[in-house]
Design a protein around this ligand. Structure first.
Ligand code: FE2
Ligand code: FE2
Length: 475
């Protein structure tokens, strides 16, 4: 079951060949996907041979095989983690019952919505990143960008398979619509806010893959608990791919910091204009990018109080992060959770039923996880002897979703007036000048083994390749 059949038009480990109708439907969707890739995938990449990993099995050992391929020939397909015929629902009102292999009628609309919302983020990020190849700081980075792009394409396949197999005509229509919406389009935008923001430069790209792909990790982990077994199995496999995306972001920012720290030590200065004259990215600018990407990303978890979140949990559609490692009753009735609201001119805690607070629970788990990486970034600075600490802002800062939307909060968590906030905003969020400066650094460096001036080389190559390995052949 776990080995992948590559002889078929659509590589898969779900015995697609046994369901001719489904196979035909997906084979009809396939050329539309390729057309979308040609229109909206990485700019100018058609003739390049890229050193990519392709899944050959979903086993933990050796699922990846590396080789130079053209991206439009990448073997996108349908891969589910192996099933467990004994698996039981382990949270919510149906706890202890057998998991579902098909969609129960009463949960159909909600499951479709969950799958479409997840599926929509996958092509969206490819669209957001499509111009970045033109300004890659190295061939190594170019290859990593393309690896992420093809895997987001495969994640789209994963969701489209579920829509086609389990949701009939509505599912096919939703699958078509996933190729029609466009990131940032005024008339037909992607579903979620962060996926309509531009990713104009590589600092944004590394922040996006660190912060926003990590949102993906937490959403997928919550869906990997689902009572709808095909969704649980497909998201489990997606999580193995997501780890690399976050690695690209975390190591990318670490390399930027290492380069900046070296310039600060060589010039013995923290003066922003001197550092910019040297062509490196100053730490206050990096902090402002963190503030932006972090706040936009934590909005993705949704409203702090949500009756939908309660329904999704109680009906078994979406669990908590690491649900099975938790020691409570996994039903959560009668318990409470603290969320924030603005009351009497300040931020105050408010107790809400835990079931209604599950978006906040997932957001808080995400925050713990993302702070850990920021601490690792700070180690890069402290090791270099630089006295500067990067921080994520307060979770109420710059929010646009839920009870905190529009409330004016400093990165430290103090409530201030709108006037004060706008007067200070340029200290906290990237300014037009910051963005223009970062954009000015973005030249294309793609000779093997060479790196742009604003970023350090990685410690080790992909698949342990040498520093000057030819990851991309431009032909
Ligand atoms: Fe993804
Ligand atoms: Fe991702």
């Amino acid at each position: 079951m776990s080995s992948i059949n590559y002889s078929e038009k659509i590589p898969n480990n779900v015995n697609l060949g046994e369901d001719r109708t489904l196979q035909r439907a997906l084979e009809q969707w396939q050329p539309n996907f390729i057309n979308w890739w040609d229109d909206m995938g990485p700019v100018g990449s058609t003739d390049m041979d890229v050193y990519l990993r392709t899944a050959v099995s979903v086993d933990p050992q050796g699922w990846a095989q590396f080789g130079h391929v053209k991206m439009r020939d990448y073997r996108w397909g349908v891969f589910l983690n192996p099933g467990d015929s004994e698996r039981k629902i382990h949270f919510g009102d149906h706890i202890g019952e057998k998991v579902w292999q098909d969609v129960p009628g009463e949960h159909r609309a909600n499951l479709r919505r969950i799958i479409v919302t997840q599926g929509d983020t996958e092509p969206a990020s490819v669209e957001q990143q499509r111009h970045l190849g033109n300004t890659a700081p190295s061939m190594y980075d170019l290859r990593n960008l393309f690896q992420i792009n093809v895997e987001e394409g495969r994640h789209l396949w994963a969701m489209v398979y579920l829509l086609h197999k389990h949701f009939g005509r509505d599912g096919r229509e939703e699958a078509d619509a996933l190729l029609v919406r466009r990131s940032g389009d005024e008339n037909n935008p992607r579903i979620l806010g962060a996926f309509n923001e531009a990713t104009p430069d590589w600092l944004s790209f590394f922040m996006f893959t660190y912060f926003t792909d990590r949102d993906g990790k937490f959403q997928l982990a919550a869906l990997a608990e689902s009572a709808f077994d095909p969704l649980a199995r497909t998201t489990k496999f997606m999580l193995t791919e997501e780890a690399h995306h976050m690695f690209v972001g975390e190591s990318g920012i670490s390399r930027v910091l290492a380069r900046t720290a070296r310039a600060m030590n060589e010039l013995k200065t923290d003066d922003v204009s001197k550092l910019r004259a040297e062509g490196v990215i100053d730490l206050p600018t990096i902090q402002r990018y963190i503030n932006f990407h972090y706040s936009v990303t934590i909005d993705l978890f949704g409203a702090d109080e949500s009756s939908n979140a309660a329904i999704f949990y109680s009906s078994g559609l979406k669990g908590r992060y690491e649900e099975s490692k938790r020691t409570d009753d996994h039903i959560l009735k009668g318990q409470t959770y603290k969320v924030l609201e603005s009351r009497d001119g300040k931020l105050q805690e408010k107790e809400v039923p835990l079931l209604n607070g599950l978006n906040e629970v997932l957001r808080d788990d995400y925050i713990t996880d993302s702070v850990a990486g920021v601490d690792r970034w700070n180690k890069v600075l402290s090791k270099a002897g630089i006295d500067f600490t990067l921080k994520v802002p307060h979770k109420a800062f710059n929010r646009n979703i839920g009870a905190l939307a529009g409330v004016k909060i400093t990165p430290e968590g103090n409530m201030i007036s709108a006037n004060e906030w706008f007067a200070k905003k340029d200290e906290w969020l990237p300014t037009a000048e910051d963005r223009a400066y970062v954009a000015s650094l973005m030249g294309r460096v793609v000779e093997p083994g060479k790196f742009a001036n604003w970023i350090s080389p990685p410690n080790i190559g992909i698949n342990r390749q040498a520093a000057d390995f030819e990851y991309v052949r431009f032909n």
